[in-house]
Design a protein around this ligand. Structure first.
Ligand code: ADP
Ligand code: MG
Length: 579
């Protein structure tokens, strides 16, 4: 169904057409007619399905001459970014309807300016619950004439602790009103709000985000836990996305990871809720302008962000919720464009969780081996050859420089090689080392020569054998059985390791953390007379818990790749044959 089949005024149709919208999305088709009639609606649909227009167009349509000086529509959004974004989009719908004045209010920005804007006769107000409450208390936002309240991303607002504010606002607005709620999920708390504050609401549910998700190729990689950052760097180098988002589960990881990426020369920036508003706006603008290529963000900070042309989404941490997965990968593949989503998996448990996500989203998520450093280098070399071969003729001075170099004994070939070599070197330098652990001799530890490594953590910091082993397995990607006797002393711990693996273990375990403590690892020179709490793991009862899923390399699994979801390898062939 097309927008022009709706009974919309010409002003709005014109603006909508100018935006390039002709066909409505499902949620728009289902909810716009109801909203135009003034019905209460509970809309459930995933990210990227056009909810802003679904409530924004009827909101703009509803404004009349009588609303010139009073707030008629209030839209609540979970974050400042979303409020700003929704406000911008609503202003676009209202481009030819001059009486509409949309205004956004959110925390972390000047109160005075917002008050000024409100005073100038805003009739659609979009805001975060906290700041809206603020304005209501100061009487700078009067809602006596409010006709419609819209809760956008209601579940997220509740997650963020806005429940009290929302209830206070809903209790404060006129009883005769339209209440509209959009949410990606419908937990009981949302249903409670619906029951309490909506009148005879109509449920509009759009089944899973298949439409958006279908256009997104999805892959996963098995990576040893301590090596996620390196794996990400490798992936960014291999796929060199022009614009990518990386999702982490905590603000701390966002800070650490973005810093680490910047250090290796990647144009990255972090985004999370603890940042100042000005900083967040700056980060978003730089990402939109593609000056920042990699945006590292938390789920909440990135919720609903609509930036076009994101080619790839990386799940650095596995999302804690199935819906989050859809929200995250929905940042790419927008507006019918193709996108790719990559997920880093560090354990068997996570593998199961991802399988569950694949089932839930009806998506196909296929395992890929991490790209090979050699492959990346050769691709970069090819790209460089292409670039130079296709480069336009340089300015005349360049030839003068070559001649002067030749006079100094550096011939053309040598001069070019130095330039090219320097550039290639720089690109290669930043690639992480992912040496494969040499496989242990058949027959396991028995008979293999061992040495002891020394870890700077002991009983005083509550080191326990299974923690130590778990951390080592995570950091190295080796099997639990590759490690031998663990002796825990007061301030340090020794672990028996195969001599052949010693270098590799030292290298990969060196920035490892156990119980939140940074642990240094070195060769154990022996001689301590401290009493130890010793555990020969091969006889230990911890064996089962400590035993890793299967043989892994630093790259992760080397066995046949695993594919989750309804993957049919012949699908492409079949469609081909049809033509
Ligand atoms: P949601 O709130 O459901 O995540 P948005 O409202 O942010 O989705 O819309 C996602 C993108 O799709 C926006 O860029 C929006 O301009 C665009 N869009 C919305 N409706 C349509 C439509 N009917 N046709 C084309 N593009 C649309
Ligand atoms: Mg939205």
């Amino acid at each position: 169904m097309q927008f022009n089949e709706l009974n919309l005024s010409q002003d709005i149709l014109r603006a909508v057409e100018e935006l390039g919208f002709s066909e409505m999305t499902e949620i728009q088709q289902e909810s716009i007619p109801l909203l135009l009639q003034g019905r209460d609606v509970v809309g459930r649909s995933n990210t990227g399905t056009g909810k802003t227009a679904a409530f924004g167009i009827p909101a703009v349509e509803s404004i009349t001459e009588n609303d010139k000086k009073t707030v008629s529509v209030l839209i609540l959004c979970p974050t400042r970014e979303l409020a700003m974004q929704a406000c911008e989009e609503i202003r676009k719908f209202a481009k030819y309807k001059r009486i509409v004045k949309a205004s956004a209010v959110y925390g972390g920005a000047s109160m005075e300016r917002q008050i000024m804007e409100l005073k100038r006769g805003a009739n659609i107000v979009i805001g975060t619950p906290g700041r809206v409450m603020d304005h209501i208390r100061r009487r700078t936002l009067k809602l006596d004439n409010l006709r419609t309240v819209i809760l956008d991303e209601a579940d997220e607002m509740l997650n963020m602790g806005f429940r009290e504010d929302i209830e206070a606002i809903l209790a404060d607005v006129p009883e005769e009103r339209q209440t509209v709620l959009f949410s990606a999920t419908m937990p009981p708390e949302i249903l409670a709000i619906t029951e309490k504050y909506q009148r005879d609401p109509i449920q509009v549910k759009i089944k899973s985000a298949q439409k958006t998700v279908e256009l997104i190729d999805q892959y996963w990689f098995m990576v040893a836990m301590g090596r996620k950052t390196d794996a990400l760097k490798l992936l960014l180098a291999a796929y060199s996305p022009e614009s990518a988002m990386v999702f982490c589960n905590t603000k701390k990881t966002v800070d650490e990871l973005s810093e680490e990426l910047i250090k290796s020369g990647i144009r990255a920036a972090g985004l999370h809720g603890d940042m100042k508003q000005a900083q967040r706006t700056q980060v978003m603008n730089s990402f939109k302008a593609k000056t920042t290529a990699v945006l590292v963000a938390t789920d909440v900070a990135a919720r609903g962000i609509d930036v076009s042309g994101i080619d790839a989404v990386f799940n650095y941490d596995l999302p804690q919720d199935n819906e989050y997965y859809i929200h995250r990968i929905g940042r790419t593949g927008r507006a019918g464009m193709k996108g790719t989503a990559y997920t880093l998996i560090t354990s068997r448990r996570q593998q199961y969780d991802l399988k569950d996500i694949a089932r839930y989203t009806k998506a196909t998520i296929a395992e890929l081996p991490l790209p090979d450093k050699e492959d990346i280098i050769s691709a970069k070399t090819d790209a460089m050859i292409r670039e130079i071969a296709e480069a336009p003729r340089p300015i005349e001075n360049a030839y003068d420089i070559l001649d002067r170099l030749a006079a100094k004994g550096v011939d053309y070939r040598e001069a070019a090689a130095r330039l090219i070599g320097g550039r290639l070197q720089k690109e290669i330098e930043s690639l992480p080392e992912f040496d494969m652990p040499k496989p242990l001799k058949k027959g396991g530890r028995a008979g293999a020569r061992t040495v002891k490594i020394d870890l700077s953590i002991g009983r005083t910091k509550k080191a326990a054998p299974n923690f130590i082993l778990g951390a080592l397995v995570d950091a190295t990607g080796m099997s639990g059985q590759d490690f031998g006797k663990i002796d825990i002393f007061d301030t340090h711990t020794t672990v028996e390791v195969p001599e052949a693996e010693y270098d590799y273990i030292l290298d990969s375990a060196n920035s490892m953390k156990i119980n939140g403590h940074k642990v240094e690892v070195k060769l154990y020179k022996g001689g301590s007379k401290e009493k130890s709490y010793s555990k020969d793991r091969n006889r230990s009862s911890n064996r089962k818990a400590a035993k890793p899923d299967r043989k892994k390399s630093a790259y992760g699994s080397r066995k046949k790749t695993e594919i989750f979801g309804d993957y049919t390898p012949n699908r492409r062939k079949r469609t081909k044959n049809r033509h």
